[in-house]
Design a protein around this ligand. Structure first.
Ligand code: IMP
Length: 204
């Protein structure tokens, strides 16, 4: 455990600059968040589990076992009711193994052509490994799939996901507004509450 003068370090098992800046913005100064590049990890971490929980555990375990660092990993899926929960755990590779976010959105909009029920939700699972201890945090946001792209902020499926709570696509919301209601924002808030409770336990 770090002393009060040392800032705690945690590896976030990602190199996605959007996710890193989202999480760093939420965490603020309390914890130093390292990326995979910061620990010289440039390998492709397998995401072969059939569930979000399984994939987030695979990624966190990979870092802990090979680099010996406390870390957390997230896995996110977009579940669309009318498509039986697809793309779900396949969200990143919906349009194929090397597809872009643009390809994924194009395919999803195509598969939703003529469909009235556009209900969908994003879900995130975060797995934290500290020493031998494994903890899981989840977050969800309900919404619907837009008829067409709208907005330029964010990443991934943001231009076509309209959050129920805002009535806007995530790509039309600023970062703080998105974080306040998003799947990852909610899962991260739970992670932070947990980390903060450890810090206060330490100082009592
Ligand atoms: P990952 O598990 O975080 O890599 O995400 C799986 C897929 O969901 C990828 O295609 C991401 O681009 C997408 N995704 C994850 N988080 C978000 C988000 O906050 N907004 C839009 N798309 C997201």
């Amino acid at each position: 455990m770090p002393t009060n003068s040392e800032k705690r370090e945690l590896v976030f098992a990602t190199n996605n600059p959007h996710k890193l800046s989202e999480i760093r913005r939420i965490v603020g100064d309390s914890i130093r968040i390292l990326s995979l590049a910061d620990i010289d990890c440039f390998e492709e971490i397998p995401e072969t589990a059939p569930t979000l929980e399984g994939n987030s555990l695979l990624k966190a375990r990979w870092i802990k076992d090979r680099y010996g660092k406390d870390c957390f990993a997230d896995d996110t899926g977009l579940m669309v009711d009318a498509l039986g929960g697809e793309p779900g755990v396949m969200s990143a590779r919906y349009a194929g193994p090397d597809c872009s976010p643009e390809d994924n959105m194009t395919l999803l909009l195509k598969n939703m052509t003529g469909i009235k029920n556009r209900k969908a939700r994003f879900a995130t699972v975060i797995t934290l490994i500290e020493g031998d201890k494994v903890s899981t945090f989840t977050g969800e946001v309900a919404g619907r799939i837009a008829e067409r792209r709208d907005g330029t902020a964010g990443f991934g499926y943001d231009p076509i996901f309209i959050a129920d709570e805002s009535g806007m696509t995530f790509a039309n919301m600023d970062a703080d507004a998105k974080n306040a209601i998003s799947h990852r924002g909610r899962a991260t808030a739970k992670l932070l509450d947990y980390l903060k409770s450890q810090i206060s336990l330490q100082s009592t």
